[in-house]
Design a protein around this ligand. Sequence first.
Ligand SMILES: Nc1ncnc2c1ncn2[C@@H]1O[C@H](COP(=O)(O)OP(=O)(O)OP(=O)(O)O)[C@@H](O)[C@H]1O
Length: 771
Amino acid sequence: MEKQTDWHREQKRVNQVVVQIQEREKQLRQKLGTIKEDVIDIRKKFWDDVTVNFDNAEEAAETFASIKQQAELMSERERSHRHDLNQLKNLHKLKYSPYFGRIDFLEEGEEDSEAIYIGIASFVDKEGINFYVYDWRAPISSLYYDYGPGPGSYETPSGTISGEVEIKKQFIIKDSQIKHMFNTGITIGDELLQQVLGNESDSQMKNIVATIQKEQNQIIRNERGRLLVVQGVAGSGKTSAALQRVAYLLYRYRDTLLADEIVLFSPNPLFNSYISTVLPELGEENMQQTTFQAYLEHRLGENWQLEDPFSQMEFVLIEKQDPSYLARLEAIKIKSSLDYIHFIDSVIQSLQAEGLIFTDIVFRGNILFSNETIYQYFYELDQTISIPNRMNMVADRLLKEVRSYELEERDKEWVDQEVDLLEDEVLLKIHQKVEKEKKKESDDFYEYEREQELLRGLVVKRRLKKVRHIINQLQFLDTTSIYLNLFQEKENSLFSSEKWSEICSLTIHQINQSIFPYEDATPYLYLKGKLEGFHVNTTIKHVFIDEAQDYSPFQFAFIKNMFPRAKMTVLGDFNQSIYPHSNNSSFPALESLYQREDIEKYALTQSYRSTRQIIDFARHILGTEIDPFNRNGEKPVLTKAANWKELNTQLIARLMELCTKFRTVAVICKTAKESKRVYTELKDELDVRLMKKDSTGYESGILIIPSYLAKGVEFDAVVLYNVSDLEYLHDSERKLLYTICTRAMHSLDLMYVNRLSPLLSEVPPVTYLKS
Ligand SMILES: Nc1ncnc2c1ncn2[C@@H]1O[C@H](COP(=O)(O)OP(=O)(O)OP(=O)(O)O)[C@@H](O)[C@H]1O
């Protein structure tokens, strides 16, 4: 009875708030209509209100000022329009579901407690005094995530506020109706989480603001430290915490931080699209999103075709018979290490005194500046000046000489010939220019000579444009040869590896081919930056790196260098480090780049994605401890087939069954090559889609996807294709297997032919079913 009246009371409040929201919507719509009309009006009458007069400098300045004023007026109105539109969108969401939580808090020293309702955005009365709804990011809302009934406190810019949480409730409200209501304890109720996690997955990630856990809340709201490191088990909400943290920062620093000043590095384009709706759902704009590969490509420019990490991964997974396989694996490890940075730094040190390699600058087939001359110019300069500064000084000197050369060159015969070939429009333009000058000079003989002079000047200038570009871009520096020189010495005291000599030959061979190996791209750009100066990005204030276990120490150092003013949030799971360059030393290496007091570290140990049964199975692959959220499902199913044909028949039957139960079903293969083969075999039988490295999105249905592209993403049901000893034999593939299994939310199948992978030998038979 009490429960019913309580429910009734709460629903009554929802109704009241919704009425207020509707009222506000109405007012805002009216206001928007007026602003829109204003903008149209300003646009239409833009020139009516501007007096255009360029007769003299004073009039022109006045004209300019009045145009500026009109433009500012219009952009202010447009800004206001955008802001109100955003507010309208938020009101629309609030109307559907005004809030998800309530806490009654009695502040120390106060007589009465206040009921705080928490939703995705604030909603205040007209006077701006009473909050119907608090934004989940407001300081007081932290109580909801951090405490159950009992003593509690929260931080505000002016200090800590303590008191007593008297009541804590959670709601699921849809269509303005309370569907569920729970009184909860310390953690945000199991009941609500059960509801949320039991739902089917989507091709888009969802926000978790209603059920953020205490340890996740600490990560989201952390503002200390320049480096925030999160090590969290599979499915522990690292990506979720990262995205809600972006939303939090945008709210907390709304006057000084723009979404564009935050960049997120994600593992692949598919992941980018998977997470792209979370922030807009929360009423925020998306941050910049990129992959490290895209960033490298952008930096390397068009001259290089860069191998991508997925092709490198295919090589590592497939080409074990390749004669250079072990050398390349070793090369990848060495080139990812901080030792390699130190090695490059030591080489750069010696290049201060000698050894840089330059190329000739050629003009019309002749050497304009020989590499020896440039070398001499460079090393004539004081050695205490940094290499990039000296490089710019050389460029200035060369440009000056080009200018003198340009003047001399105008009288050459080739110039006359090219003048004859100039286009008519150019001739006309020069003619008009001279006519104008003539008027001023009132000189009748001036015309022909002057025209010729200008035309010759133009021809030479045009032809020298490329030379100037080469100089301005410092392209006379032969960074590729300097990089290759690192591999000329077959002995290297820094690397005891016996394979160093083999690595040297391999690298020289690879780089002389047209595709630049992935493992060399970052070191090459680092060297280039050290010689030419880094194009650092100082506008970015926060860098987020998700799936951070896939980054090498070298890459971390490089990113830190590129964004010198940014705070870093780095989230990963060393149990999912599947790339040959990533290992357990990446995070310590990253931390070594910061002062101890600048580092904040968190661990997430509870997994929310998969059912208890899936986690119980998967954790034995690595022998690791993971605390599963208590949600039950079927045990994973292991299916053995006598041959490939039978495997496919069983796979098709199982997929048909899974499709009736779930929205997203993934067949995860080890490699892209295998995925393609499976796709070819299934496509006539079932509606399946093949995911490739450049796939940018997916819909519900059956996907066939290579293991490394499924990183960071999740599916209702996963079928691991061919978990035989042929595919998963080596210890190095253990983490890959574990990563694949932990993509499943509700259902996991593993299929194989002949012999089962020995990597599953430690998994107790009670954790799975056989079919
Ligand atoms: N507090 C939470 N409330 C509701 N759902 C949550 C919560 N935390 C995590 N989840 C859900 O758990 C799943 C896994 O979350 P997420 O992808 O953020 O984990 P992750 O640690 O990045 O995983 P992985 O490293 O395995 O890719 C998602 O479906 C997410 O919505």
